[in-house]
Design a protein around this ligand. Structure first.
Ligand SMILES: *[C@@H]1O[C@H](CO)[C@@H](O)[C@H](O)[C@H]1NC(C)=O
Ligand SMILES: *[C@@H]1O[C@H](CO)[C@@H](O)[C@H](O)[C@H]1NC(C)=O
Ligand SMILES: *[C@@H]1O[C@H](CO)[C@@H](O)[C@H](O)[C@H]1NC(C)=O
Ligand SMILES: *[C@@H]1O[C@H](CO)[C@@H](O)[C@H](O)[C@H]1NC(C)=O
Ligand SMILES: *[C@@H]1O[C@H](CO)[C@@H](O)[C@H](O)[C@H]1NC(C)=O
Length: 425
């Protein structure tokens, strides 16, 4: 029995990882900063018809453990206790519940979290997509518990000045200067982790021993991501090219330039080594939702790089000038994509709201504006309503979501716009 168990573990279990040490990724925090979890705080309930399960798988990737969380339509026992996230948030998902085959196969949605955010920090957002009939895969990116803020006071000071001026895009790059310099704006690991996560989900779909066997529709893949994950949603999912053919100043091409926000990705070897500007594009992805996505591109290049995005795109963001990703950068993407484009701005909302584990964390939230923390359920509803309607419309082809996508659902929808969207499906 022992022998067979061992053989099974070594050769059969998908992604079983013998040599990886995953303990560094354990626990809750923001990058290297450990935070005490909230004391089992309830999050916003999901809106869809399915009940939800969540399960975790750790794989070996780049010689380390990489954990994926899967959120999916499920049939848990009525009495089962809900999963408590590492951040101490309680929702409706039941860990390891049986998958509900009734509505399958389900489209797949890849979720990429923000810089320094753990994979289960977006409880309401992830469980809501699953409750609407999607298998959602969230990645524990390398930065989740490894990214650190700068130790150079001048960079921190610059970041504070930029944030106060609404240039939060550059502020984050400056605050994490060493991390972003060493990882070349995360190009050395994020696109690879995203590809790995999609490949693993599809492998589970093909594996008779997996709970996800034949539950995923491999032709219907969407991607959504928050913050840094939103940038990579545009690059990997949308095919946003990293052009290096324009005239650059020496400081833009110097990877050691002190002000990293001025440096182009083209200064780094990973970007230079790409076979083409859009080599990171994964054409399996058919629709994308970027939550407060920043951009590392030279500012004059953003509109040009948005133009080749031909798949449907939604931008969903808060409105806090100093505590949400710079609006004009997101707007430049919205205004210039070739395909259908949707714009939703949530009122009185900061960068953390969609990540309930951070917004509702007692330590982190102590520094947040009071108005941004009020009416959490109403604001969460905006994120849930429009992200689900978008994927229902574009991945499932459910035309009755047209009305949702064209109407303000509550007074917390500050702006709602769309382009190249005629309602014909
Ligand atoms: C795994 O990594 C953690 C954190 O880096 C470390 O404390 C621990 O000793 C390591 N365990 C092994 C078996 O190497
Ligand atoms: C939170 O819930 C978990 C699981 O039900 C329980 O083990 C833990 O003690 C609770 N923590 C607090 C602070 O109430
Ligand atoms: C952050 O990590 C890098 C290595 O990844 C290290 O060089 C730097 O000293 C660290 N900074 C702090 C403030 O811990
Ligand atoms: C935006 O966020 C900052 C920092 O959390 C907060 O001090 C400020 O009050 C917020 N702004 C508004 C308009 O709520
Ligand atoms: C289409 O979407 C609407 C609105 O979300 C929902 O009520 C309806 O059940 C969906 N239809 C199908 C066939 O899933």
């Amino acid at each position: 029995m022992f022998f067979f168990t061992l053989v099974y573990l070594l050769f059969v279990t998908p992604g079983y990882c013998q040599s990886c040490n995953t303990s560094a990724d354990d626990g809750f925090g923001i990058g290297t900063r450990t935070l005490p979890p909230a004391a089992n705080v309830s999050t916003a309930p999901p809106t869809g018809p399915y009940r939800v399960g969540v399960t975790f798988e750790t794989y070996c990737f780049q010689d380390r453990g990489l954990t994926l969380s899967f959120w999916y339509p499920a049939t848990p026992e009525e009495t089962a206790s809900p999963y408590v996230s590492t951040g101490g948030i309680v929702g409706k998902a039941v860990q390891d519940a049986p998958i509900d085959p009734a509505g399958g196969p389900y489209p797949l949605i890849l979720f990429s979290s923000g810089l320094a955010a753990v994979n289960d920090a977006y409880y309401f957002y992830l469980q809501n997509l699953a409750s609407n009939g999607y298998v959602v895969v969230s990645t524990q990116h390398l930065d989740a518990r490894n990214a650190n803020t700068t130790s150079v006071p001048a960079y921190s000071a610059l970041a504070a000045l930029d944030a106060a001026a609404g240039n939060t895009n550059d502020a984050v790059v400056e605050l994490y200067t060493e991390w972003f310099r060493e990882t070349q704006f995360a190009l050395t690991y994020r696109p690879q982790e995203i590809e790995f996560a999609i490949d693993q989900a599809l492998a589970e779909n093909n594996d008779p021993s997996s709970r996800f066997h034949r539950t995923i529709d491999a032709d219907k893949i969407g991607m959504t991501g928050h913050s840094l994950g939103g940038f990579y949603t545009n690059v990997v999912g949308g095919g946003m090219p990293l052009y290096c053919d324009y005239i650059m100043r020496p400081d833009q091409l110097n990877p050691n330039n002190g002000i990293l926000a001025d440096v182009s990705p083209c200064a780094f070897s990973t970007c230079q080594g790409l076979p083409s500007p859009s080599a990171l594009h994964d054409s399996r992805i058919k629709a994308i939702v970027g939550l407060a996505a920043p951009s590392f591109l030279t500012k004059t290049q953003i509109a040009r790089s948005a133009a080749p995005i031909i798949i449907p795109n939604m931008i969903l963001t808060g409105d806090n000038f100093t505590s949400e990703t710079t609006a004009w950068i997101q707007r430049a993407i919205y205004d210039n994509t070739a395909g259908p484009s949707h714009w939703v701005k949530v009122a009185k909302t900061n960068h953390y709201l969609v990540a309930d584990s951070y917004l509702l964390n007692p330590v982190l939230s102590a520094n947040m504006g009071a108005a941004d923390k009020e009416n959490f359920l109403d604001k969460a509803a905006v994120y849930m309503t429009y992200s689900a309607a978008f994927f229902n419309y574009y991945l499932k082809g459910n035309g009755s979501n047209y009305a949702i996508l064209t109407e303000k659902s509550s007074s917390f929808v500050k702006e709602l716009e769309f382009r190249n969207f005629d309602g014909g499906s």
